[in-house]
Design a protein. Sequence first.
Length: 375
Amino acid sequence: MTGWGETMHWKSNEAWPQHGGRPDAMLMQFGLDPDREVLDFSANINPLGPPGWLTEQLLSGIGALSHYPDPEYAEAHRAIARQVEVTEAQVRLTNGGVEAVFLAAALHARKGRGALVIEPTFAEYARACRHYGLGIMQLPLGAEDFHLDLEAALTAMHDASVIFVCRPNNPTGTVISQEIIETLLERGRETQTTLVVDEAFMDFVSPDQSLIPLLSRFDNLIVLRSLTKLFAIPGLRLGYLLASTENVARIAALQMPWSVNALAAGLVEPLLADRDFVARTQAWLSDERPRLERGLDSLGFQVVPSHTNFLLFRHADETRGVMGDVLEKLLHQGILVRHTRNFAGLDGKWLRVAVRSPDENDRLLDALARIGAAS
């Protein structure tokens, strides 16, 4: 279980922001005015913006700030349970998807074995494991098509109390098949290994791809969800996790009291009820993702086929190495894309871009054509 080769150093990895959506930090790193206006393709947020009713809903909820939230978040749990067809005892509201990640790691902190992280992926899985003293094994996805080596994963499970899988995966946009997931869960019963599957981007995919129905069959499955990406509310920090009633009870005992504020908790039911917003989002994505992918391909880039709202691409000629030159030239044109310096095995050789509005996607493609980035 190793990476794909030696890391190429263009700038110090420590200097790169660990997440997208940090235009000020990236501008400063390249000696540009941090207040300069940029078009941000580095954060995978729905470009439709929050639902139109959200502002009024937040204003009407201001009165709730004078009281403590319900520590059990009963209304939010009922709404989630009804939406995803599980029991309320299988739901735990969290302060964004990241708190759910840390709680899943905390659940396995004292089990005597380490964590297996399928890489390249979201950096917070490894960070959460380190925070709770869990040893980390990294299993790389295939270098060309980012497939999972199932046999290697099954072997590694003997030394892992927990596996973290992002599905769809960030930053590749790929989806490990349900058949493979079920094979891992079956083996996990033998090895006493829990599979934590982060479905933060599942709302951008067909609903029948979710693993939530498997919760009725596997008590070693934990599913993490986020409401911030789809509804474009990352500043409100709102997510939840789903698991067996026993695991949710254990997780609840580990969670800080009132970790979710009253305004955010009060949004759960109306957000989940807004099916029109979800339909409009999926209609936009079904048009724009393939169009942007074709545009990048026509410029000579290699693009990883994605199931969600972002694309990973690189020079078709691998000998050209890191994509830092492309990133910097785009930034000078007022366009920020996501570097891959902190994704294991990618080492800056790829860039990730969110799928945005038609006009914004055209602006990105025009900028890439002007700089002759793929030539």
